[in-house]
Design a protein. Structure first.
Length: 135
């Protein structure tokens, strides 16, 4: 049996502001923006190339305060290009951090250990990791 991770709920205070950040600044695809009632709205977005989406919503009961999601990680094949792309789209992102040596012999020196960090408008924290070859 496969167990696939399909959706991560990102707790936000303003659905429109969050939708704009994830779609316009990060380049996530808007899969749907559904208003169930005047009080319930769900927006699902997917990072380019990802099999897992995020949901930002209002009116759904989640026990997470806006900005409380920490440690979600995106993976790219070139951390420096990803950082430049984020900066070009107005995202405040850290410098590239190298956490030790690549534990996989023969790989790029930043694979698995090259990271940048950024927050969304509510303070939900994201990490971007370089893995250029999954071999």
């Amino acid at each position: 049996m496969n167990w696939t991770l399909e959706v991560i709920v990102v707790p936000v205070s303003d659905v429109d502001k969050s939708k704009a950040f994830y779609a316009n600044q990060l380049g996530f695809t808007v899969d749907h923006d559904t208003s169930v009632t005047d009080d319930i709205r769900v927006v699902q977005l997917t990072p380019p190339g990802s099999g897992c989406s995020i949901v930002v919503s209002k009116g759904l009961q989640h026990d997470m305060a806006p900005g409380s999601l920490k440690g979600v990680q995106l993976v790219v094949n070139d951390i420096h290009k990803a950082r430049v792309e984020l900066l070009d789209h107005g995202v405040s992102v850290s410098e590239v951090t190298k956490l030790g040596d690549n534990p996989v012999p023969g790989g790029h020196e930043l694979d698995n250990v090259g990271l940048v960090f950024f927050d969304d408008p509510d303070g939900n924290s994201w990490t971007v990791q370089q893995i250029s070859n999954r071999g």
